[in-house]
Design a protein around this ligand. Structure first.
Ligand SMILES: Cc1cc2nc3c(=O)[nH]c(=O)nc-3n(C[C@H](O)[C@H](O)[C@H](O)COP(=O)(O)O)c2cc1C
Length: 285
């Protein structure tokens, strides 16, 4: 295993490791405006949601690693503490990348990247019409994390109004995760697309405690045929079936057919049925 002290390598090398490791990151396409009314549009992947009440998301226009200069977005926010965070989907990603070019301050990246500028309701910076979700925000605070090249500047943006395109809503007016077709940023030039092909659900017990790996009988815990994700599904159930709970040292050799039947239930997100099947095997052994 490679072990690195962050103080032993340059910020640029560090960026390579950390941006690949801390990924995928959502992308905020932030529009801002200066006092003179000059609009700016730039993407930021040091971005996430941090609070629901108040609703706060944070993004970080960092000091450039290359020359320690600051970004127009940051300068604008200091003059006019408002922004629109435009959520980025796959259809927009090429234009978003283009908007990250370091155009001079008098250049509006909406024009350069070919995006359509539409007025916001509550804040001065405009929205990106092509973005499926646009968040009108006021800036609550800017926290500088340092003065050296690469230092982040945390922009705490309070979300005041949300615009959601009908095309990404389901019949209940909730966001359909598959329809949104989000993209995320990884290391280097890599991006990820989040669509129907790679979405999956992990059942979360909100009210009941999963029994945990430590409660699994040894023949399940040490099974090489079951993956750790499959074992976690079994451990997510609240209790062991009675026949196993009564005798936790019980052992069972699964045939391939048995194992396939268990895996099939787990693939169908039915851990209870998997346990029930295991129990019938124990009862009949
Ligand atoms: C997808 C993507 C994500 C980016 N994320 C960040 C980021 O989180 N922080 C940052 O400082 N720069 C980031 N950049 C680079 C900025 O977008 C770029 O420096 C831009 O020119 C800044 O523009 P400005 O000076 O007009 O504000 C990112 C670029 C891309 C393409």
């Amino acid at each position: 295993m490679l072990t690195i002290n962050t103080s032993d390598i340059s910020p640029i090398e560090l960026q390579g490791y950390l941006q690949s490791a801390i990924a995928p990151r959502p992308i905020c396409l932030a529009s801002t405006i200066d006092k003179a009314g000059q609009v700016n549009l730039s993407p930021f992947s040091y971005f996430n949601l941090f609070s629901m009440n108040p609703p706060i998301c944070i993004f970080s226009p960092s000091r450039r690693v290359r020359d320690n200069t600051t970004k127009h977005t940051l300068e604008n926010l200091k003059e006019v503490p408002e922004c629109v965070i435009n959520i980025v989907n796959y259809a927009m990603v090429g234009q978003v990348s283009l908007s990250s070019c370091e155009y001079s301050k008098d250049v509006n990246e909406f024009t350069k990247a070919g995006f359509t500028q539409i007025p916001s309701d509550l804040v001065a910076p405009p929205r990106v019409a092509e973005s499926p979700i646009q968040l009108e925000c006021t800036v609550a605070q800017i926290i500088a994390l340092g003065e050296k090249a690469g230092a982040g500047n945390l922009v705490l943006a309070e979300i005041k109004r949300i615009h959601i395109a009908d095309s990404v809503l389901n019949a209940n007016n909730k966001i359909d995760q598959a329809k949104l077709d989000l993209v995320a940023r990884l290391g280097g030039d890599w991006y990820a697309r989040i669509n129907e092909q790679n979405l999956f659900e992990v059942t979360k017990p909100n009210t009941q405690l999963g029994m945990g790996f430590d409660m699994l009988p040894k023949f399940i815990r040490e099974s090489e045929a079951l993956s750790n994700n499959e074992k976690a599904q079994l451990a997510n159930c609240t209790t062991l079936p009675e026949s196993i709970a009564k005798n936790t040292s019980i052992s069972l050799d699964f045939t391939d057919a048995h194992m396939n039947a268990i895996k099939k239930e787990l693939a169908g997100k039915n851990a209870q049925a998997a346990w029930a099947f295991i129990e019938t095997l124990i009862v009949h052994q």
